[in-house]
Design a protein around this ligand. Structure first.
Ligand SMILES: NC(=O)c1ccc[n+]([C@@H]2O[C@H](COP(=O)([O-])OP(=O)(O)OC[C@H]3O[C@@H](n4cnc5c(N)ncnc54)[C@H](OP(=O)(O)O)[C@@H]3O)[C@@H](O)[C@H]2O)c1
Length: 298
């Protein structure tokens, strides 16, 4: 179970108080969590700086931190400078450095794959990261990158409500022996416990497919089905266990100290093959509707 820090960056999540999110991170460290996902783009360095400071204050030296290179920092010199800044903020080399989004996405200039892959290898050779990898890249983009460098880590949107990678990316990564990390395993709150507040103005979820129109109604119906089957107390832990049963490591985005109870509880849940198949079947109608899009935004 990996602790996600996007919420600790503030800005994109209108449900979050940054101070409380940092208190949650402190609590995660104090209760023994050692795997953390972050990125320079989470509050423009705010999440990385907070995580680095809290790890230093706690005297923790054995944390494994995963971070990323934004798509507007993919030229060789930018990539290496960005990786160095992350390592400085975090106060340690990272466990894995990922290309956050493919080159040329989000209105950024395209950069040749060869340049990106070689710069990632340089970052590794300089001791900034132990492994290199990709996030949000299609199978063709993974294979293109592999012409120049190995893919040693990977991160994708994945939950019972968002299973696009099952078509080709997931089996391919399994073949490489890479355990992908699943971000948004709780579908950004749609499958989290407790009453759900309406999404406020300026919250990035206003642009997430699952939070729109008919799809939102279907996600809510799926949530109700899970609650009927497993109860209000346990259904979110079942969701995280389902992700693990599929062979991925869930990254849970927390922003309150009490949120840490859920990943703890999820560790004790194991699902039978029949239960996994039953949840698959409940979510199957949603699969068709996200139309093969790896990105949840759009
Ligand atoms: N590689 C990438 O492109 C990428 C993209 C997205 C995320 N990530 C990483 O993955 C992490 C997780 O993904 P995510 O944050 O998008 O989605 P998520 O983990 O599915 O959902 C996080 C949201 O679920 C709610 N939540 C979580 N734990 C809860 C609990 N115990 N009780 C009640 N509500 C709870 C909160 O919703 P409310 O805010 O409504 O309270 C929280 O903001 C991020 O923090 C980030 O590190 C990576």
């Amino acid at each position: 179970m990996i602790i996600g820090t996007w919420q600790s960056g503030g800005s994109s999540w209108k449900t979050v108080s940054t101070d409380t999110a940092h208190a949650a991170l402190r609590h995660a460290i104090e209760t023994g969590h050692r795997d953390f996902d972050t990125a320079p783009s989470y509050g423009d360095g705010v999440a990385e700086a907070a995580l680095g400071r809290l790890l230093r204050e706690a005297g923790v030296s054995d944390a494994r931190v995963f971070t990323k290179i934004p798509p507007d920092r993919l030229r060789r010199d930018q990539l290496l400078a960005t990786a160095r800044e992350s390592v400085e903020r975090l106060g340690r080399p990272v466990e894995a450095l990922l290309v956050h989004w493919p080159a040329g996405t989000m209105g950024c200039e395209p950069v040749p794959t060869e340049e990106i892959a070689h710069a990632m290898l340089e970052a590794k050779a300089q001791g900034l990261t132990r492994r290199i990898g990709l996030s949000n890249h299609s199978l063709a983009e993974i294979q293109d990158f592999e012409r120049f460098a190995p893919v040693e880590a990977a991160q994708y949107a994945y939950s019972p409500l968002y299973r696009v990678i099952e078509a080709d990316v997931l089996p391919y990564l399994r073949g490489l022996g890479v355990t992908p990390q699943a971000y948004s395993p709780l579908a950004q709150g749609l499958l989290a416990p407790g009453p759900r507040a309406p999404i406020g103005e300026g919250d990035h979820r206003n642009w997430v497919r699952l939070f729109k129109g008919d799809l939102l109604a279907q996600c809510q119906a799926f949530r109700t089905t899970l609650i009927e089957a497993y109860g209000e107390q346990d259904f979110s832990a079942v969701v995280l266990a389902w992700v693990r049963a599929k062979g991925l490591s869930p990254i849970v985005g927390i922003h309150r100290p009490e949120h840490l109870d859920l990943p703890q509880r999820a560790r004790t849940v194991t699902l039978s093959e029949e239960e996994v198949a039953r949840i698959d079947a409940w979510g199957a109608p949603l699969l068709a509707q996200v139309d093969g899009q790896l990105s949840m935004w759009g």
